[in-house]
Design a protein around this ligand. Structure first.
Ligand code: NAD
Ligand code: MG
Length: 410
């Protein structure tokens, strides 16, 4: 699909922010199945130079961005040695350039708050924005909805649950506005790798165990979020913004098979579900092709093979992150941004083996208690809350270290 000669007038230009990550690679896999429909405008990565170089070689974007400046220098060298004339940009400015460069579709697949500025820039530029990067929506979903209304950008959810809900809503439904006939949204949750792990064993689980998700293969940060169930908490907040519902209109249901990706319950008692094998290429293909259906490479769902679909209520005592997120959703203002900031720092510390698994929620709780929530009217207030949340999380982790070591973590 890389060659210029294959580009037709109908071909849509796609930028993939975070192309070197799990969602980025799945997106390129789907795009490569449709060489006449799509071509690549820009790609971005953080530090994985070799992977971005290979992607440049294969997909020939006009622009390649490395968020890290020394990685950008190495990429320039590799591209010029290979005789490839592809412009390389770097840093936040480079990411924003990629987000706003001439293209029809932007896949937002950077992890964490680092994706906020470029994703918002793509929305302001009026693109079709495919939102995998949930953290910016958690921090300030209202700004995304308002900016999209202003610019005419289309926001299409990639998170499998939100994509499922989107598919179960009426076709004329507009993102950010509640459909009056909707009674509840049922977000399904696999339960993660520790669904049945006794509380007494959770303190000693390792990053490797936390990242070994039973159903989904994902980046390390979201894998840990799925193990603490913070991922579902972030998704609750994400759903409130995307579908214009209140936190109490969203119910979380544990569904270990990950075949039903979420459901919408209507006032007449109907419950619509979207099903499929757990493979992110389905929601990615759905949003790339929308409103048309395009192939994704995902194998057909064999319900007889699945045989059984089970449902349970979540255990808020073993997974306190879920309750903390629900509380932040109800408090509103900058609470979700503070929660997200504390979680990003705590997950990073856990992955670096500086704190234990149970400390993740302890850090978040301490930060939520220490940092007051304000109004979240504009981006400056959100970024200030993000910074205060991070600072408080670092301080909390410093004071916790001896305690975690005493729990036999290291
Ligand atoms: P990943 O860690 O595999 O990839 C992250 C991407 O972001 C990489 O390209 C990386 O280079 C880039 N990146 C990281 N830090 C950066 C920074 N500071 N500046 C610029 N770029 C940076 O993560 P992933 O699993 O692909 O997840 C990406 C986003 O999609 C996350 O927000 C996640 O919650 C969401 N998501 C992922 C899945 C999944 O199945 N992986 C499902 C639903 C939602
Ligand atoms: Mg999800």
């Amino acid at each position: 699909m890389s060659e210029q000669s294959r580009r037709t007038d109908q071909s849509r230009a796609v930028t993939v922010l975070g192309s070197t990550g799990s969602i980025g690679v799945s997106t390129l896999d789907v795009l490569a199945r449709h060489p006449d429909r799509f071509h690549i405008a820009a790609l971005s990565g953080f530090t994985q130079v070799e992977r971005l170089f290979e992607q440049c070689r294969r997909y020939r974007p006009s622009l390649a961005v490395m968020a890290d400046a020394s990685a950008a220098r190495r990429l320039r060298t590799l591209l010029s040695q290979a005789g490839l004339d592809i412009e390389v940009a770097e840093g936040e400015g480079g990411l924003e350039r990629a987000a706003t460069a001439p293209s029809d579709i932007v896949m937002a697949a950077i992890v964490g708050a680092a994706g906020l500025a470029p994703t918002l820039a793509a929305v302001r530029a009026g693109k079709r924005v495919l939102i995998a990067n949930k953290e910016p929506l958690v921090m300030c979903g209202h700004l995304f909805i308002e900016e999209a209304a202003r610019s005419g950008a289309e926001l299409l959810p990639i998170d499998s649950e939100h994509n499922a809900v989107f598919q179960c809503l009426p076709p004329d439904h507009r993102t950010g506005q509640r459909d009056p006939g909707v009674r509840r949204i049922l977000l399904t949750c696999s339960g993660g790798p520790f669904r049945n792990t006794p509380q007494s064993e959770l303190a000693a689980v390792t990053p490797e165990q936390a990242c070994a998700h039973p159903n989904w293969s994902m980046g390390r940060k979201i894998s840990v979020d799925s193990a603490t169930l913070m991922n579902k908490g972030l998704e609750l907040i994400e759903a409130c913004w995307l579908f214009g519902v209140a936190p109490d209109d969203v119910e979380i249901v544990i569904h270990p098979q990950s075949v039903i990706h979420s459901m919408v319950e209507y006032d007449d008692g109907s419950v619509l579900a979207q099903m499929g094998n757990p493979d992110m290429r389905t929601p990615i293909a759905h949003a790339l092709g929308w409103p048309e259906r395009i192939s994704s490479g995902v194998s057909p769902l064999d319900l007889v093979e699945v045989a059984r679909l089970e449902f349970e209520r979540p255990d808020f005592s073993r997974f306190p992150a879920l309750g903390l997120a629900a509380q932040a959703a109800r408090s509103g203002g900058t609470s979700p941004a503070i929660l997200n900031a504390a979680n990003e720092i705590a997950v990073g510390a856990f992955l670096d083996r500086r704190i234990g698994f149970l400390d993740i929620s302890r850090v978040i709780q301490a930060v939520m208690e220490a940092v007051p929530s304000n109004g979240a009217d504009d981006l400056a207030m959100i970024l200030d809350a993000d910074r205060r949340g991070r600072d408080a999380a670092f301080t909390t982790i410093e004071t916790m270290r001896p305690d975690s070591a005493a729990r036999g973590m290291h």
